[in-house]
Design a protein around this ligand. Sequence first.
Ligand SMILES: Cc1cc2nc3c(=O)[nH]c(=O)nc-3n(C[C@H](O)[C@H](O)[C@H](O)COP(=O)(O)OP(=O)(O)OC[C@H]3O[C@@H](n4cnc5c(N)ncnc54)[C@H](O)[C@@H]3O)c2cc1C
Ligand code: HEM
Length: 471
Amino acid sequence: MFEARHTMATTSADNGIPQSAAGGPPAAGRGGDGDGGGEWGWFAPAGGERTAEQSARPGPDVGSAGSAGSAESAESAEPAYPANPGYGRFEPSRDAELIRRTLEEIEPISQAVTSYFYALLFLQHPGLRELFPASMDSQRDRLFKALLTAAKLVDERRVLVEFLSHLGRGHRKYGTRPEHYPAVGECLIAALTRYATRTWSAETEAAWVRAYTAISQIMIDAAAEDERRAPAWWRAEVVAHELRTPDIAVLTLRPDQPYPFRAGQYTSIETPWWPKVWRHYSLACAPRPDGLLVLHVKVVPAGWVSTALVHRARPGDVLRLGAAAGSMAVDHSSDAGLLCLGGGTGIAPVKALVEEVARGGRARSVEVFYGARAGRDLYDLEAMRELDRRYPWLTVRPVAAEGPPDGGGLTGRLPDVVREHGPWQGYDGYLSGPPGMVRSGVEALVAAGVPAHRIRHDSLDALGAAGASRD
Ligand SMILES: Cc1cc2nc3c(=O)[nH]c(=O)nc-3n(C[C@H](O)[C@H](O)[C@H](O)COP(=O)(O)OP(=O)(O)OC[C@H]3O[C@@H](n4cnc5c(N)ncnc54)[C@H](O)[C@@H]3O)c2cc1C
Ligand code: HEM
């Protein structure tokens, strides 16, 4: 049944969007301006009156251009949600329920499903293997987990679109093309068919097919839109490398072309020593006239990329950068003060925020709590104290769990100390650090009077999806 799905619509060379002979979808609700076409031929298309059974077991015509449904039928079948004709008469809640049942069934055996999924993908589509890192141990379940996350969010359009658009743009650096999506979809369905034996049925399969079609389309559209304005990656030369502690380095990079970002965001990095292995690192500066970027990297024991960046990288080495991401940017529409919590290398984006406020010329009160386990781990304290001395609107408070840092400071866990120094009504919260610290920090801020919607941090969802942490 998956064979037919390879009969894809042609793909335009410039934006990579399949130009379906069916005429493509209406533009409503999509990132592009309607010139993108869409992959209507693959996975049960929009035939408005198709039953779930028909959708689940598409006839031999599915996948051919002619079967993709005319533009009219796609438009007439267009549901309010999602704006993707591939859904046809999609019933979000019913589909979501079926998908959740499958997820519950496979959760305890997700490792096996993931392994089978990748084995099948690389066996049936060997050309795709080279897009992935040589060893995928630490991240092999990310793709699969995200598919499951997206499937779970099938009823929450705004969150789903935001999550998937980000993911789709991020996939450009991997070399992912629209024509790769059907292969992944086929193998996903095959893995689920094999392992979700209790809940699998034609109706369930149809629900998964519809969901995957919509998921892919959002990712493909976001990537195509991004392609119009940004490269898939940047090269950046290491121009300075400073070891601050035995396991923390500050790197200065010079990108080969302007690198757009906002203070507080993070980048993703691939080193020459671990091809195809990408990790996130916060940018420790606001955009500068000289275009240089700064990173703070701490070694994770046996960590591939962090060890390479701290102990191997030297001036002259060239890294690859993915696009900047993250929502921890200064809200300039607010007059509120900034209450910033930076745990470990989480001080990096906080420092960037301070730089941005300093350049903005509109002095807002900025309160920084900079925490680590021990005082010696506060590797950027001198620089932060210097900023504190320079700017009257800035207060930096060092916090160490194991005792007061040299030169004075506070003792305790960062969130507890911040709570004790409250209340913080009238402040916007900005947090960065290990996920545990961010979680309890958010709770502390809310308890100290900062409204939840005024709190920004490196998204815990992104952290979870990436399976990564920071210290
Ligand atoms: C949004 C975001 C921003 C980040 N910013 C920074 C930053 O500015 N500076 C920085 O140094 N890091 C930062 N990180 C963490 C970074 O992305 C990597 O996860 C980290 O450098 C480890 O990568 P690695 O390849 O060295 O280790 P891996 O090879 O991925 O991991 C090796 C082993 O260590 C485990 N591991 C991973 N992280 C930790 C940890 N913190 N403690 C203990 N064990 C761990 C893994 O599970 C694995 O078993 C950030 C992460 C996110 C999600
Ligand atoms: C709906 C479809 C897909 C989803 C939900 C998805 C999700 C993910 C996620 C969450 C990651 C982890 C890193 C990141 O956050 O960027 C990832 C990585 C990756 N994806 Fe996808 N992906 C999808 C489709 C594809 C396709 C079609 C390809 C091409 C074959 C692909 C190739 C890769 C590669 C090469 C990586 C990097 C290696 C890795 O981290 O394992 N993905 N994907």
